[in-house]
Write a protein that binds this ligand. Structure first.
Ligand SMILES: CC(C)(COP(=O)(O)OP(=O)(O)OC[C@H]1O[C@@H](n2cnc3c(N)ncnc32)[C@H](O)[C@@H]1OP(=O)(O)O)[C@@H](O)C(=O)NCCC(=O)NCCS
Length: 163
């Protein structure tokens, strides 16, 4: 991480942010990856609906969206940082925000998406074959639970034990 920017706070996306979120995601269609049908008015509308439902979180710099994440009840999808602002800790800030809000989380990534996997592993997500359903074919599931973190031998337990 080049420089940790602890002043940045994830904010709930507004409906008016949907087009910018869509454009940011579409700019990374190969990495995520996204199918052609993502680039439609229907998908932009789907994003608007999720903004309305308070599922999209964004990070802004000078009022421009530079990172985004869809946080469903317990699943993270469409995590993205604008290429110009990578390795500054924005991905970590979004994931930590999700972890504060949930007791367990699930994310699916393509096995070749090394950046996303490194980020998930760094944030204590561990590979899991399935969760509330099977992982989609060709994707790898990563799961985080607060319980695992707190259980004996977990990070928190170790920290407590040293006191
Ligand atoms: C994956 C992604 C969201 C990471 O965002 P980011 O803001 O750059 O992430 P951070 O700066 O918070 O990185 C934190 C950690 O992630 C890991 N990481 C991020 N990018 C990495 C890279 N290019 N190579 C190796 N590790 C990487 C590292 O552990 C890094 O910590 P470090 O910088 O101290 O080494 C970003 O690369 C991205 O938008 N990729 C395209 C979209 C995508 O694939 N999203 C996932 C879809 S499921």
């Amino acid at each position: 991480m080049k420089n940790a920017i602890s002043l940045d706070e994830p904010k709930l996306a507004r409906v008016a942010d949907a087009a910018a979120i869509h454009a940011l995601l579409w700019s990374e269609r190969e990495a995520i990856p996204l199918k052609d049908r993502f680039n439609t008015e229907e998908t932009r509308d789907w994003i608007r609906q999720h903004c309305k439902m308070r599922h999209f979180w964004v990070m802004k710099r000078e009022d421009v969206i530079v990172a985004a994440m869809l946080l469903k009840p317990a699943e993270i999808m469409y995590l993205i940082t604008d290429a110009r602002f990578r390795r500054e800790g924005l991905g970590v800030l979004l994931l930590r925000h999700a972890k504060r809000k949930r007791d367990e989380l699930w994310a699916q990534v393509k096995p070749e998406n090394e950046r996303a996997i490194a980020l998930l592993r760094r944030e204590e997500f561990r590979e899991a074959a399935s969760w509330r359903g099977p992982t989609e074919p060709g994707w790898v599931g990563y799961r985080w639970t607060r319980a695992a973190r707190d259980e004996p031998g977990g990070k928190l337990a170790k920290r407590k034990g040293r006191r």
